[in-house]
Design a protein around this ligand. Structure first.
Ligand SMILES: [Cu+2]
Length: 277
């Protein structure tokens, strides 16, 4: 979440210890199972097969009613147990959310997945390079800062996306120095995306979805454009920030959203328009 650890690392200091658990902070009894399920599902790029397999359990009756996808049953006892006591849990959410939302649950899942996936990324990028690439304007890109839009017109498109860029803002994507910009590409363009997880303590991914905000807590786990999914990238290691590169064909024409498919992250701001024209 924060970049305190990244800063500490740059100064050669050890990462600060995690903050102590606040009194009243809900304890997620099914958290390990939930995180395992989320990792398995995101790694496979499939639907919530694991969750559906246990949806018949009594706990499933306590699922948040407004969630578009059935949440993993393991999450249900935790959600019902928190009741109104968790200020981060709400029905209705803010402007960017729909139905159930819980920033504390989202961060808990993200942190545990980040730890579990650390060192498994196909590539690593130094923190300094992550900063540079997050601000670098890609070849052929036309930036309109007023509308926060990056437009490509060539048939070959390449850009870097940094999740939770070092220095912030938190829970956003950075592309060419812009935060969550709209990205416009021509129909049938070959698009290459280098995705870097700039966060020091949460797993993130980049995926094109055919949903529009307000987002639900749980997201589809299959990209709307085949191949437009980075895979889940965990915490950095001594080798650097985890990264992956994917290539896909843009189409069919339409307005999509690129999102982080980790539960709750699109609600918290990890999304932007992806327009194929
Ligand atoms: Cu994320």
């Amino acid at each position: 979440m924060t970049d305190l650890s990244n800063s500490a690392k740059e100064r050669g200091l050890p990462a600060p210890p995690p903050p102590p658990r606040r009194a009243g902070t809900p304890r997620f009894h099914g958290r390990t199972a939930l995180v395992t399920a989320v990792i398995a599902v995101l790694a496979a790029g499939g639907g919530y097969a694991i969750a559906r397999g246990t949806a018949g359990s009594p706990a499933a009756a306590a699922s948040p009613p407004a969630a578009a996808s059935p949440p993993p049953a393991a999450a249900s006892p935790a959600i019902s147990a928190t009741g109104g006591g968790n200020p981060g849990t709400s029905m209705g959410g803010g402007a960017g959310s729909s139905g159930f939302s819980s920033s504390s649950l989202a961060q808990s899942i993200g942190q545990q997945a980040g730890t579990a996936m650390a060192g498994l990324a196909p590539q690593t990028v130094s923190l300094a390079q992550t900063r540079t690439l997050g601000d670098q304007v890609p070849a052929g890109a036309i930036l309109d800062r007023a509308s926060n839009t990056i437009t490509f017109t060539a048939s070959s498109v390449s850009f870097t996306v940094v999740a939770v860029p070092p220095g912030g803002p938190d829970m956003t994507f950075r592309v060419a120095g812009l935060t969550d910009p709209a990205i416009v590409v021509p129909h049938d363009a070959q698009v290459t995306v280098q995705f870097i997880n700039g966060d020091n303590d949460e797993a993130h991914a980049w995926m094109i979805a055919d949903e529009q905000p307000p987002f639900s807590f749980y997201q589809p786990k299959t990209p709307a454009i085949p191949g437009a999914f980075s895979g889940l990238i965990g915490d950095p290691t001594a080798s650097g920030q985890g990264a992956s590169t994917v290539t896909f064909q843009a189409g069919p024409a339409g307005t999509y959203q690129y999102i982080c498919p980790m539960p709750g992250h699109a609600q918290m701001g990890m999304h932007g328009a992806f327009i194929v024209r």
